[in-house]
Design a protein around this ligand. Structure first.
Ligand code: 8YV
Length: 328
C-alpha cells in the first residue's frame, strides 16, 4: 500500500489551471506543482509529472490507469474535480491502496438546471432558430417556423436516477407538470419515487412511452452504446434525446441518422464519445443542440467542486478521512 512519508515534504500535482485562491492553501501542507497554461498533459507527460507526487488534483481530462500508477510509487490520493469517475481505474487504485475522492452533491442542482435547459433548447429548436436569425434568413413570420415539441405536460423518461436524475425529475414534475418515468440499475425506494413523482420502467418501455428521454447515468463498460439504433427505433417519432451523462452511452452515428431521417424530433448533447472531437454527422444534424461539456459550469458550482477536491486532498494528506471518497 502506498503510504505518506514520515519525514520529507509532501508533493502534489494540480494537473490543470484551477482557481488560484482555492489551490493556494494546499501550499501549507505540500509542495504544489501547478499547470498555469492549463495544458492537458499527454499520458507520458502526466506519468512523468506524477512520478514523485503523493497527491493529485485532476479533472475529467486526465486518465488514470494501471500503467500510470505503476510509474507513481508514492501516490497516495487522487482527488478528481468531477462526480463521474470513469476516467479512473478504481480497481488499480484499490490494489495499490490509493484513495480516490470525487466531487458529488455540489454540482447536482446546477447540472440539473443545465439538463433542463438542453431539453428546452432542443425540443423548442432554439439552436437552429438562433443560427437562422443570425444568418439573416428571417424574412417573415410564418405559422410553423421552428414549431417544435412541447415540454410542459409531456412525458419525460430519465435514464439514471441518481442525485442529478432526481433533481431533474423534481423540476419536470413540479415545475413543468410532466409525467416522469425513470430507469435505473436498481429501483428507488417508494418514498423517493413518490418525492420525485416518478414511476419505474424497464428501458424498452421507458423509450416507448416517453416524449423526451434524458440520460443522466454514470458511464461504465456495460453502459457503452446503451442507446443505439435499436433503442432509438423504440423511441416515439418526434421524441427528444438529451445526454448529460457521457458520450459513450450513445451510438452517435445512429443518433445522427435518426435526426437526419426525421425519426427523432430533436437532441441536446453536452457530452461526446471522442471529446473534444464531435462526430461530424452530429455537427450538421438538424434540430440538435451541442454544448462543450458545461453542464456543471456555473461559477459558484465550479468553485465549489474545486474547493471540495482541495478539501479531500488536504484531508488525506493530513491523515484525516476524506470528505467524499469514491466507494466502489
Ligand atoms: C465536469 C462532469 O465538468 O463531474 C462530472 O463528472 O462530467 C463535469 O461536471 C467535467 O468532468 C470536468 O472535470
Amino acid at each position: 500500500m502506498n503510504r505518506l512519508p514520515d519525514d520529507g515534504p509532501l508533493r502534489v500535482l494540480v494537473a490543470r489551471a484551477v482557481f488560484a485562491d482555492i489551490i493556494d492553501p494546499l501550499r501549507a501542507v505540500a509542495e504544489v506543482e501547478t499547470t498555469p497554461d492549463d495544458a492537458i498533459s499527454p499520458p507520458k507527460v502526466l506519468r512523468q509529472r506524477l512520478a514523485d507526487k503523493h497527491g493529485a488534483f485532476i479533472t475529467g481530462s486526465e486518465r488514470i490507469d494501471a500503467a500510470l500508477l505503476d510509474a507513481c510509487p508514492d501516490l497516495r490520493v487522487i482527488s478528481t474535480m468531477t462526480v463521474g469517475v470513469d476516467h479512473i481505474d478504481l480497481a488499480a487504485c484499490a490494489e495499490r491502496g490509493i484513495i480516490v475522492t470525487h466531487s458529488p452533491d455540489v454540482l447536482t442542482e446546477t447540472t440539473a438546471d443545465f439538463g433542463f435547459a438542453l431539453l428546452l433548447a432542443a425540443a423548442r429548436q432554439i439552436g437552429d432558430a438562433e443560427r437562422y436569425l443570425r444568418a439573416g434568413k428571417w424574412s417573415k413570420w410564418s405559422v410553423d417556423l421552428f414549431a417544435g415539441a412541447d415540454v410542459h405536460g409531456s412525458t419525460l423518461g430519465i435514464v439514471g436516477m441518481g442525485r442529478i436524475g432526481q433533481a431533474i425529475a423534481r423540476r419536470a414534475a413540479l415545475g413543468f407538470g410532466m409525467r416522469v418515468l425513470y430507469h435505473n440499475r436498481t429501483r428507488l425506494p417508494p418514498q423517493i419515487e413518490a418525492e420525485c413523482r416518478a414511476a419505474y420502467r424497464d428501458l424498452p418501455r421507458l423509450l416507448r412511452e416517453s416524449d423526451h428521454v434524458l440520460l443522466a447515468m454514470p458511464y461504465s463498460p456495460q453502459a457503452h452504446h446503451l442507446i443505439g439504433a435499436q433503442q432509438i427505433a423504440l423511441m416515439r417519432p418526434g421524441a427528444t434525446l438529451v445526454n448529460i451523462a457521457r458520450g459513450g452511452v450513445v451510438d452517435e452515428a445512429a443518433l445522427a441518422a435518426a435526426l437526419h431521417s426525421g425519426h427523432l424530433g430533436a437532441a441536446g448533447l453536452d457530452v461526446f464519445e471522442g471529446e473534444p472531437q464531435v462526430h461530424p454527422a452530429l455537427l450538421d444534424a438538424p434540430r440538435c443542440v451541442l454544448t462543450p461539456h458545461i453542464a456543471s459550469s456555473s461559477m459558484p458550482t465550479r468553485r465549489a467542486m474545486a474547493q471540495l477536491a482541495v478539501d479531500n486532498l488536504m484531508a488525506v494528506l493530513q491523515g484525516r478521512p476524506p470528505l467524499t471518497p469514491v466507494t466502489a
